[in-house]
Ligand binder design. Structure first.
Ligand SMILES: Nc1ncnc2c1ncn2[C@@H]1O[C@H](COP(=O)(O)OP(=O)(O)OP(=O)(O)O)[C@@H](O)[C@H]1O
Length: 252
């Protein structure tokens, strides 16, 4: 059953139309990659699903309910967006930051269980060694893993990730994508992530949404969307799609 329905969404930032006529459905437990050139509207789409950006036309539904009809707390219990960048307050320890992911579930003070869940989230991204470090002291890749840990600590049903592998070395790119895959299989976590790496999108998604100039150019399985013709049409780059290696190799 569709957990998310995006129906005819348009988003305007003043004169810029960032999204236009965007419609698709996502089923529970699916891993969906949003790909497309710079400025295609990927981040805007993630923010629209998280009700941070309000469509100028159309709507986003979760479990058949318009995202703007949920309270912020109700939404935060269900859905978590890991942004590309955050503003970090100096002096904040990693564990305290990850605990903020528990906020939607905490009525008064964090309990032992909240701390346990936060530590386990840090362990799942292999970041438990940073637990008492100041956030500002982390490298961008370490911080990226801590951001993902905070999202996991909120135990969402839907995880939105904006370029989750951008700052990670090769080992952690694969570890994080495998972790996402196992969470989607074992816990029916629904994942929507924007990615620039088409090989990662090909290997790790059930569904790919290819955006171009604010519109959906193609949507379907990785094999349907990520073919040589479509990639050249959208990116203007000739590629070879190696189906055995599941890799997309630029030829230029
Ligand atoms: N706050 C804003 N105000 C005005 N225009 C914006 C704003 N945010 C995004 N845009 C514009 O909306 C369009 C879509 O931007 P968006 O960040 O969603 O694209 P993207 O696909 O995520 O890009 P990238 O791959 O470069 O991260 C772009 O033309 C961008 O310049």
């Amino acid at each position: 059953m569709a957990i998310i329905k995006v129906i005819d969404v348009e988003v305007r930032y003043n004169s810029v139309k960032a999204l236009n006529g965007v419609s698709f459905e996502i089923n529970e437990g699916e891993i969906v990659s949003i790909v497309g050139p710079n400025g295609a509207g990927k981040t805007t789409l993630l923010k629209t699903i998280d009700a941070i950006v309000k469509p100028t036309k159309g709507s986003v539904y979760i479990d058949m309910k318009n995202v703007f009809d949920f309270s912020r707390r109700e939404l935060a219990k269900m859905l978590c967006l890991v942004p590309q960048h955050i503003n970090i307050a100096p002096g904040m320890k990693v564990i305290d930051f990850v605990l903020t992911g528990r906020r939607p579930h905490i009525d008064f003070m964090p309990t032992k269980k909240d701390v346990e869940i936060s530590i386990n989230a840090l362990k799942s991204v292999k970041a438990e060694q940073f637990i008492y470090r100041d956030l500002t002291e982390l490298s961008s890749g370490e911080l990226q893993r801590v951001l993902i840990a905070r999202a996991l600590a909120s135990e969402p049903r839907i995880l939105l990730l904006d370029e989750p592998t951008a700052n990670l070395d090769l080992r952690f790119q694969i570890d994080i994508l495998n972790l996402i895959k196992s969470l989607s299989k074992e816990k029916s976590l629904t994942v929507i992530m924007s990615l620039h790496d088409l090989t990662q999108a090909y290997r790790f998604s059930d569904k790919v949404i290819l955006m171009n100039k604010g519109e959906i150019y193609s949507v379907g399985t990785p094999e349907e969307v990520l073919n040589e013709r479509i990639i050249e049409e959208v990116y203007g780059v000739k590629v070879k799609v190696d189906k055995n290696l599941k890799a997309i190799i630029p030829l230029q």
